[in-house]
Design a protein around this ligand. Structure first.
Ligand SMILES: [Zn+2]
Length: 261
């Protein structure tokens, strides 16, 4: 059996979480990632018959039964993943009942998967229907994207078009556009279902006053989608532009130190 700490999928997860923390997208325990793994590849590192624990998920995801995911842990900080992946990450397999996660590795301190697992698993189901190659769902709180949700019209069309108009690269990178949800309570099945509904059409879904979800075939693709939106939003959020658009929350934000673009 190979050393799982050297597995490419684990290295990718460590690199992604470290990068996102350094970009100041994921403060404290903010952000979460789920990565659907290839069973044959995981079998090179783990005995797939050895289930460490069974954890109820609180929702039904039968289409994912038997699928294996590497998932960030609840309450865990992205900044700590690289130094201690076995505590901050877990590898789970969805049981035949669709509502139980079998822990195969990780969450060493007795922890469990992110509280946003419903949004992740429901989004995986939605994206796999559109693209059987989809593997990654990524959630983050990128600064400028989040700030824009306080001042921008919150509709799929308006949010998408203002990005497309800024830079033709955006049309190339996400021709499917961006879905936008209104403020909803996070960590619930309701926001999970609403996110998945948007994921039927879009690989990017903004959670107003909270953050963004990205989906992709690879970690790079999901990360790159969010990175492209955030970079363009950063230009839009220059203090001058923001003042022109200002409503009160953005006015306060623009007056903070270190926010000049
Ligand atoms: Zn969040």
């Amino acid at each position: 059996m190979k050393n799982i700490l050297e597995a490419p999928f684990l290295r990718e997860m460590c690199e992604a979480t470290s990068n996102m923390y350094r970009l100041v997208w994921d403060e404290r325990n903010g952000g979460n990632i789920s990565y659907m793994l290839d069973e044959a590849e995981v079998a090179q590192y783990l005995d797939l018959k050895n289930v460490l624990r069974e954890i109820p998920t609180g929702f039904e995801a039968k289409p994912l039964a038997g699928r294996i995911f590497l998932v960030t842990g609840t309450g865990k900080y992205f900044k700590n993943v690289q130094n201690d992946p076995e505590t901050n990450l877990g590898i789970i397999r969805i049981k035949e009942d669709g509502s139980t996660a079998q822990l195969l590795w990780g969450y060493k301190d007795g922890g469990k998967f992110t509280s946003e697992l419903p949004a992740h698993m429901m989004s995986h189901m939605a994206r796999l229907k559109q693209d059987p190659q989809n593997r990654v769902i990524m959630h983050s709180h990128p600064t400028y994207t989040l700030a824009m949700t306080y001042v921008h019209e919150l509709s799929d069309k308006a949010f998408t078009h203002s990005l497309w108009e800024m830079c033709t690269e955006c049309i190339v990178v996400f021709p499917d556009g961006i879905g936008v949800l209104p403020w909803m309570l996070c960590g619930t099945n309701e926001i999970g279902a609403a996110t998945a509904k948007k994921m039927e059409e879009f690989r990017l879904v903004v959670w107003s006053m909270h953050g963004i979800y990205g989906a992709g075939k690879t970690m790079d693709e999901a990360f790159g989608l969010i990175e492209t939106v955030e970079r363009r939003r950063r230009y839009t959020c220059s203090p001058r532009t923001c003042r022109a658009r200002t409503r009160s929350p953005m006015k306060r934000w623009c007056s903070l130190p270190n926010t000049s673009a």
